[in-house]
Design a protein around this ligand. Sequence first.
Ligand code: ADP
Ligand code: ADP
Length: 213
Amino acid sequence: MNAVVLLGPPGAGKGTVAEVLVDKGYKHVSTGDLLREQIRLETPLGLEAKELMDRGRFVPDSVVVGMIRGLLESSDFSAKYLFDGFPRTLVQAEKLDELIASLNGTLEHVALLECPFDAIVERLIGRRTCGKCGSVYHVTFNPPSNGELCDVEGCALTQRPDDTEETVRERLAVYEKQTAPLISYYEAKNLVRPINANQPISAVRADVLKSLA
Ligand code: ADP
Ligand code: ADP
């Protein structure tokens, strides 16, 4: 298996640019989406995760790594994966390296979406998502064509409970402390491809596509 990691602070646009890689045959794996699915199904894991996610805290490494291990070990070894929101800690990065090695896979590169924190707060507070298909919009930067309804499903969009200003600031602090060190970790392996994420969505998507070359 091969993999690309999308790294960057919450709200940098990881989910938004993921689709250009999906068009190139990558399977999009978002740990945030997997956890929200557990919350929706009201599983014990989901109930534990919700309490942490609503406060902007991370779910334990063992839980997230377990989900990724289960997914990789039960699927096609020739698949190409796009990891979005994983790894988020050094422990997760090391475990991902071990998993990839055990499957004789390759981590191709890490696309690092760089965006100033001020822009991020505005992005996350205005983010709206479709509860049915997961499409992501922004009230100003990427509004649905149909007023406040999802373009795909036609249903009302919702705001994530962790997209309040207070929780966004907590998430950015957690990112600085726990996830930003991954940049040096991957730089030491010469895997980082920086992308300017502080541009219009179409320009960021084009740069992500170029970074694949
Ligand atoms: P965003 O796209 O805004 O960065 P995500 O959907 O990726 O948010 O994640 C939402 C929340 O889910 C995180 O704030 C965290 O609580 C939890 N989460 C997601 N991925 C991980 C992970 N790899 N490790 C720990 N917690 C995670
Ligand atoms: P992440 O997955 O990194 O948390 P998202 O892809 O969910 O980020 O994007 C966060 C919010 O910012 C969404 O409302 C999205 O529509 C908006 N957004 C994403 N990329 C851009 C961009 N380049 N310019 C303006 N808004 C953006």
